[in-house]
Every structure is written in structure tokens, then in C-alpha cells.
Design a protein around this ligand. Structure first.
Ligand SMILES: C[S@@+](CC[C@H](N)C(=O)[O-])C[C@H]1O[C@@H](n2cnc3c(N)ncnc32)[C@H](O)[C@@H]1O
Length: 450
């Protein structure tokens, strides 16, 4: 059924735009304000069932993320902008609305509309979103004129025919067409669907199930002509996950990345961490490295992997056979928030690798900004005992290469530092800490290791 119920809201916006075009502001000013801000997203939640939103990748950029997006756009356009903007997955037009704040006004709404009609393009698979986006853009234009004191009526047929370059269509296909035909010389705005889909067999940087956000972004980078810009809101896993390293390499080969801004959770209804990206398509060649996360800035210049062997606990409880010797079995459930513990009481037969204490474990699942049981994110627990332990795969294990228990205590102090929590939050905002991230954690201990 797609997003058909959203059509009710799109029609309401059409009526509102018609009122505004006649200059009847006293009755509608508040409604227009709501329509240009979070209302499109709240109507999406109330009209379109959650499962449909999920299946179609529908959530609209509003509130703090849209403000950050707007700030990024404003960094590179001090003068009124003369560019063309294209959102290939435009939804109800929030990113295009952010871009209109950069566009100049002509003497009258009618003339401005003629100009903006050429400069704003969008695609989406859901017709009601496109209809809503067009009417919201009309409202934004009329509201800007009202604020500038150059208010004048706009004929109704101009309202109903506004923004013809916002069209029903597959944005990915449109981007791919641009990679072989005339490349796009303007500014692509992107907050694509985040669901998974199989990568195309010709894809150079991924195979199998792949984030659609990664696929859209790579296609956008290819579709741009040299000097064209890309500003995007993307799931944080693309910035910090080892799964997307080849994607990052692909992008930095095509784009001069100007800014990468970790943002945190998308909004209170959409529990996904995102980051913002601002980049320019290179004219040719690849120049230099891009840091997608903060570089290690350890005073000592060392990272954790210089001093510890770091791995994921080997036991996959529901898959591994319960054969072999019986051993103490350490799971995330049995860990204190932080500090030291002896051997766990839980036991399990395990035929493969056991790990000898002392070692430090970290929970793999921990949200940015907080750890479990009130501990800080990345808080470690020292495990001591005289027999080897079977460690569950929800834990990351750090075994000291030398200096045994003393080195483990040093590690707990490093993990407790606020600088470490901040580094982890910026390095990896998605829910799973990774071995790669933990290995590259700066070793900034007051007790300089020997
Ligand atoms: C995360 S929403 C973002 C919408 C808008 N860019 C924003 O930031 O508010 C993604 C949008 O992509 C649309 N979409 C999903 N697959 C698409 C495709 N292949 N082509 C065009 N639009 C698509 C969905 O309908 C949805 O409106």
C-alpha cells in the first residue's frame, strides 16, 4: 500500500499553500510555521503505519539534525547561492527546504518561483511525499517573501504547477543514469533509506547485503561532475564500521571530504546514530587521507594493541556444542558494572579456545554516552582466577602481553578516563564496540608502560 495515507496531509498542505498564495496570513501563520517544521514528520508517524515506514525507509529530517544540516550548507555559501539542488530521495522535502534558505529572492513570489522551479529537483518512490514536498516549498517561498516585505499574490495555477522537477522516480536509477550521461554539476542533498539490500554484482566496495545508504552515497559521488557538492545525513555505521572501510576508500577516491560531523541519535523516534558529511567531487585524482574519526592522540603515541591481545570472546552459546572440558563461562549478564571479579559461577563445556586470566573484558553492546548498569561506556572489568575461562562473544577480551595484572589495572584506569569515553563515542557511535576500534584506542596512561 506504500505511503498512500500521507496523501491526506499532502492535500491539506495544498489548501494551506492556496490560502498563503492569496496573502491570508493572519489566519494561517501558525499553520505555515508548523508545516515548515516538524509537522511533516509527525504526520508521517500518525498516518503511515510503522511497518510501511520501515519497509519504505521513510523518516524525515527535522529538528536538530535539520539545523545541523542547514549549518553545514551555510558554511560554503556566504553569498546567496546560484546552484541547483537535488535530493534523489526527497521525502517531504526537508533537505530541499534547508537549501532554500540559501537561495535568493526575486522581486515577486512569481519571479522567485520561476527561478526556484529550475533549481530544486527531487525524486521519491512515494507520490504523496512528493506532493507534500512541492507544497511545503511553495509555503517556504511565500513565507520568505512575507518576511522580506515583498509579499504579493501568486496565481493558483502557479501553486498547483509548482516545482515540476520534483518527480516520482527511483533516485538510485536517476543517479546511475547521471554516472554515464551528463554528470550533475549542482549540489546533491542526501538522507537516503537506511535498509539493507543486495549490492549490485558489479559493486567494487561491497557484496551481498549492504546498507542502501552506502549504495546511494556512492552513486551520488559518481553522479557529480568535478566541483559538484554533496551534503548528506548518513547512518553512523558507514563512518565507523569496519564493514564499510572499502566504501570509505571508494568515497575518498571520488570526493574531497570537507567535514564529517558525528551527530548522535537521529531523533527521539528514530533510534539510529547518524553523522553529517560535506564533500566536493574531485576534478581528478586522489589527494591524501581522510580521517573519518578522531585520530589517536595518545601522549605516549601508543594504542591498546601495542600492549594487549584483543579479540571477541569465542563462545557463540546457541551455536557451539556443549562438549569438551567444563570451564567457568563468562557472559555479559554476570559482569559487575566495573572493577574486579573472580571466576564466574556459571559453567559450560566448551571444546575450543579458553582464555587464561588475568584479562579485562568490555561489553560489545553499549550505547554512546552510557554503559550498562550505570557504568561508563567502555568500562572494563578485570577477571582474575587460576583456571582458563570460556568467554561469550558479547564480550571483547583484552589479555596483557606483559606485566599481567598490573597492566590490567592500568587499562581499567585508562578506560575510566572521560577522554576515553569521548574518544569511543566519536570513534564509534553505533551500538557495537568493535575490536578494530578498541585496538586503536589511545593508550594514555599515567603509568607509562615499560
Ligand atoms: C530517510 S527518508 C529521507 C527523506 C528526505 N531526504 C529527508 O531527509 O527528509 C528516505 C526517503 O527515500 C525514499 N526512497 C526509498 N527508496 C527510494 C528510491 N529507490 N528512490 C527514491 N526514493 C526512495 C523514501 O520514500 C523516503 O522518503
Amino acid at each position: 500500500m506504500g505511503a498512500v495515507p500521507y496523501d491526506t496531509y499532502a492535500r491539506q498542505l495544498g489548501l494551506l499553500a492556496a490560502e498563503a498564495s492569496r496573502g491570508r496570513w493572519e489566519r494561517i501563520a501558525d499553520d505555515v510555521h508548523a508545516a515548515l517544521n516538524g509537522q511533516a514528520a509527525s504526520k508521517l508517524r500518525s498516518l503511515v503505519p510503522r511497518q510501511v515506514r520501515r519497509d519504505t525507509g521513510s523518516f524525515f529530517t527535522t529538528g536538530a539534525v535539520r539545523e545541523s544540516f542547514e549549518q553545514l550548507l551555510s558554511l560554503n555559501a556566504v553569498q546567496p547561492d546560484t546552484r541547483t539542488y537535488w535530493d534523489p530521495t526527497c521525502g517531504a522535502g526537508d533537505l530541499l527546504l534547508a537549501a532554500t534558505t540559501r537561495l535568493p529572492l526575486a522581486a515577486t513570489p512569481a519571479r522567485t518561483l520561476t527561478d526556484w522551479n529550475r533549481r530544486l529537483r527531487g525524486h521519491d518512490l512515494q507520490e504523496p511525499y512528493i506532493a507534500a514536498a512541492r507544497m511545503r516549498l511553495v509555503l517556504a517561498l511565500l513565507e520568505r517573501h512575507r518576511q522580506a516585505g515583498s509579499d504579493a499574490p501568486l496565481a493558483l495555477d502557479r501553486v498547483t504547477g509548482a516545482f515540476p522537477l520534483l518527480q516520482l522516480g527511483d533516485g538510485l536509477q536517476e543517479l546511475q543514469i547521471r554516472s554515464t550521461e551528463a554528470r550533475f554539476r549542482g549540489h546533491i542533498l542526501l538522507n537516503p533509506p537506511y535498509g539493507m539490500a543486495d549490492a549490485d554484482p558489479t559493486c567494487r566496495w561491497s557484496s551481498g547485503s549492504t546498507s542502501q545508504a552506502a549504495t546511494f552515497t556512492a552513486a551520488a559521488a559518481v553522479a557529480l561532475r568535478g566541483g559538484g557538492r554533496l551534503t548528506a545525513v548518513l547512518p553512523d555505521v558507514l563512518r565507523s564500521g569496519s564493514r564499510y572501510r572499502a566504501w570509505r576508500d571508494e568515497l575518498t577516491g571520488l570526493l574531497e571530504v570537507e567535514q564529517i560531523k558525528p551527530h548522535g541519535v537521529f531523533d527521539m523516534h528514530t533510534d539510529v546514530d547518524v553523522f553529517l558529511l560535506s564533500a566536493v567531487r574531485r576534478h581528478r585524482g586522489h589527494s591524501g587521507e581522510v580521517s573519518w574519526w578522531p585520530e589517536p592522540q595518545a601522549v605516549t603515541g601508543r594504542t591498546l594493541e601495542d600492549l594487549f591481545d584483543i579479540r571477541v570472546g569465542p563462545v557463540v552459546d546457541n551455536r557451539d556444542p556443549r562438549t569438551g572440558p567444563q570451564a567457568p563461562y563468562l557472559t555479559a549478564r554476570d559482569l559487575p558494572a566495573e572493577g574486579e571479579m573472580g571466576l564466574p559461577e556459571r559453567v559450560r563445556n566448551y571444546p575450543k579456545q579458553l582464555i587464561a586470566p588475568p584479562f579485562v573484558v568490555l561489553r560489545r553492546t553499549s550505547r554512546p554516552g552510557q554503559g550498562s548498569k550505570g557504568g561508563s561506556r567502555g568500562a572494563g572489568v578485570l577477571v582474575v582466577g587460576d583456571v582458563p575461562v570460556a568467554v561469550d562473544n558479547h564480550l571483547i577480551v583484552a589479555s596483557p602481553k606483559s606485566a599481567g595484572i598490573d597492566r590490567c589495572w592500568e587499562l581499567l584506569r585508562v578506560l575510566e578516563r572521560p577522554e576515553t569515553a569521548k574518544w569511543l563515542d566519536e570513534r564509534i557511535r553505533c551500538r557495537h564496540l568493535t575490536v578494530t576500534a578498541i585496538r586503536s584506542l589511545p593508550w594514555d596512561s599515567e603509568d607509562e608502560p615499560s
